[in-house]
Design a protein. Sequence first.
Length: 373
Amino acid sequence: MSDERRRRTPPPKFRPPPLPRRAPRGAQEPYQIQRRPSYDYGDHDLYDDYDDQDNYDYNTRRRPPRRQPSRQPIRRGRRQPQRLKKGPVVVLLLIIFLPVMAIALWGRGGNEEYIPVVILPQDEEREEPEVVGIRMHTRPLATLVDTGYLKLVNRDFAMSRDMDYSTLFSVAPLLPARANYITVHRSLLGAMQSLFAQADGIGPFFVTSGYRDVARQAEIYENSLDRRFVMPAGHSEHNLGLAADILIDGVSMDDMSEHPAAAWLAQNAWQHGLILRYPYGSYEITRVPHEPWHFRYVGLPHAFYMATANIVLEEYLQLLASRHDSLVVPIDGITYHIWYRRPTADGELFVPQDLPFSISTSNRGGYVVTAWE
């Protein structure tokens, strides 16, 4: 061939020699044909046809179908981050929220007539309450006298201990009463004496109910036609001896709410440490309808503050428990400092060091400390 012809003729295309279709003699089955090196040409390479010889069937002498090259473009650059799978996220949310829902539903399962009430918050442990200008120190709780004036007893919180019968006194010799066997706490008796003396012709009033033991309360609850007005045994304030029903002579219970004497009782009871326990419009909190005859002794200054703020005992205890400082209430030249505290792990309570004070359990694990100067 001449040199000129060689110049015009293009070089032949590169074709790799074919691989043997049969195994050489003496080779043991299955015979693996040596693969040629493969170079990266994207999703397909130059030797795709020959790489498939590894799966060559020597019995049928057929090759597997040729693999079609992918049409997707080759992505270069940084590796894309993996997306978060939805499955683990859903499982994690279920683990978090299912126990919360179970606890909420479990609290309602015990009572079919359950209505949410005000729950006192669990205040965090503090080394000492923030009482400005008052020196504090700790005293063993066993050495302090618990008055129980602010003890919360309702449909959700029962009495934690039996009544001290030494504090009960008969009403009949001192005040008009429906029966001679009616007894009340001595503090309540003194408050009603001063209240009846202030009335001086308004009414007239008389006491129709006072202290009840648990057995008597259970009997009244079982025989009641409308249990909205009656508490179960151990859940009534009458079991404390600190509550009394005061009626107007000649006026029925149904007509008492419209009588002017009932309005006078509600407006002046706080001056003697008494509160109208179930005022109108408090059913969602107390879960007891309006009872213009039911009065509870809480003492001063608590009765004054609740009457001024127009709140009930549940709301008052919640207010004290949510404060980090003392509640200051001035009355007639006396300044009262009130705060809510829980006892320490050693069974001690922070109390004033130089001022007179009194304590009362809230029946929720904490105590209301009242000091005055």
